[in-house]
Ligand binder design. Structure first.
Ligand SMILES: C[C@H](O)[C@H](O)[C@@H](O)C(=O)CO
Ligand SMILES: [Mn+2]
Length: 421
């Protein structure tokens, strides 16, 4: 699209939004400042570098066989740099413990240290981004029973407790090095496929394990603990130890961050409607923005109603400083860099639409029980020219406008990814 046309369309949009009391210049500034934590694991189908040939376990799956998956940390960082060049705004990188670098040495999960992530920190500094982190309690022989922190065998529990404790140290190291707190999110796959007799026992053990892990207090300037629930996984259809009620209770009692993954609830249940309620009882919320489709919780996010509702709940309730926006999807059936670009740009578009809403006017109508105005405005806003503001935002910040980013992905595919056999 020609620059002059982008500016012309933007000027018209600016006038229209001004007419409903919205300052698009202010909105653009705000959007540029919202950090989105982009997950590294889309780039290599959650393989990591500990044992990249091993199976992905834990009841999650990355289906598809698109060419060009990253096989080394260098390739993954290169792909991320490409993706970051297509995505406007402030970015963070969300790493998993299996993305460690050990120069070929076998390091067990209960032995990992900050030094194994030194290159990621150097890369983050170079790219001026913050890092987030996740212990990896799957794709390992000690998770083969489908139980980790709630395992009946103390030896296995202790192994994983030590792993998560070490991850907290790595998270703290990231926070200190990069000057922005690292959110260390604990997700475990523990559960049972079929009718479960003792549902309390594993939950008691999980609570005890978490208590032990969190015993050492850490400065929130550098590190934040988050816990993530799930309704079911593949092979844990009947019972998941770390359910929503379990972690909501745990987070409130122990003052941790609560992670809401959009794909971890009943099919008609949405996380957008949970944000305001939970914000009253926990200080911080971590989002794993994802898209559930049937049994899969991790499809690439599209600009659907729920994504827009999630963004609106954050913006309307002024929760930007307490809601950490992280993404969690992985699709191996499409170009992985395109997946990052589609999903993250959609997250930003949803936030932009929310920022362009004349919320005060709408809320006033609602408070006055004028539901006619509320519905009329909400519907009219759907066809307001937010896209012209989006194009201008991209162009002005030096990022591709419209589908231009796809040409860049194709070039990268033809020049770089093609060489990965
Ligand atoms: C790889 C992630 O840790 C994982 O997706 C987790 O966050 C999850 O959502 C599991 O379903
Ligand atoms: Mn998740």
């Amino acid at each position: 699209m020609k620059k002059e046309n982008i500016i012309k369309s933007y000027d018209m949009a600016k006038e229209m939004y001004k007419g409903i009391g919205v300052d698009t210049e202010e909105v653009i500034k705000k959007l540029n400042d919202i950090p989105i934590s982009i997950h590294c694991w889309q780039g290599d189908d959650v393989s990591g570098f500990e044992n990249s040939e091993g199976d992905l376990t834990g009841g999650i799956q990355s289906t598809g066989n698109y060419m060009g998956k990253a096989r080394t940390p260098e390739e993954l960082r290169g792909d991320l740099e490409k993706a970051f060049s297509l995505i406007p705004g402030k970015k963070r990188l969300n790493l998993h413990a299996i993305y460690l670098e050990t120069d070929g040495e076998k390091i067990e999960r209960n032995e990992i240290e900050p030094k194994h992530f030194k290159k990621w920190v150097e890369w983050a500094k170079k790219n001026d981004i913050g890092l987030d982190f996740n212990p990896t309690l799957f794709s390992h022989e000690y998770a083969d029973d489908g139980m980790t922190l709630s395992h009946p065998d103390k030896k296995i529990r202790d192994f994983w407790i030590e792993h998560v404790k070490r991850c907290r140290k790595i998270s703290e190291y990231f926070g200190k090095e990069l000057g922005t707190p690292c959110v260390n999110n604990i997700w475990i796959p523990d559960g049972f496929k079929d009718i479960t007799v003792d549902k309390l026992g594993p939950r008691k053990r999980l609570e005890e394990s978490l208590d032990e892990i969190l015993e050492e207090k850490m400065d929130p300037k550098y590190h934040l603990d988050a816990v993530e629930s799930k309704l079911f996984g593949i092979g844990s259809e009947s019972y998941v130890v770390g359910s929503h009620e379990f972690y909501m209770g745990y987070a409130m009692k122990n003052k941790t961050v609560l992670c809401l993954d959009a794909g971890h609830f009943h099919p008609t249940e949405v996380i957008s409607n949970k944000i305001s309620a939970i914000s009253l009882f926990v200080s911080d919320i971590l989002l794993h923005v994802s898209r559930p489709v049937r049994w899969d919780s991790d499809h690439v996010i599209v600009l659907d109603e729920e994504l827009q509702e999630i963004a609106k709940e954050i913006i309307r309730n002024k929760l930007l400083d307490r809601v950490h926006i992280g993404l969690d999807f992985f699709d191996a059936s499409i170009n992985r860099i395109a997946s990052w670009s589609i999903g993250t740009r959609n997250m930003l578009k949803a936030l932009l639409i929310a920022l362009l809403e004349p919320t005060t006017t709408l809320a006033e109508a609602e408070r006055g029980f004028d539901f006619t105005t509320r519905l009329a405005m909400l519907e009219e806003l759907k066809s307001y020219p937010w896209q012209a503001v989006w194009d201008y935002f991209c162009e002005n910040n030096g990022y591709p406008v419209g589908l231009e980013w796809l040409d860049e992905v194709r070039d990268y595919e033809n020049n770089v990814l093609i060489n990965r056999k």
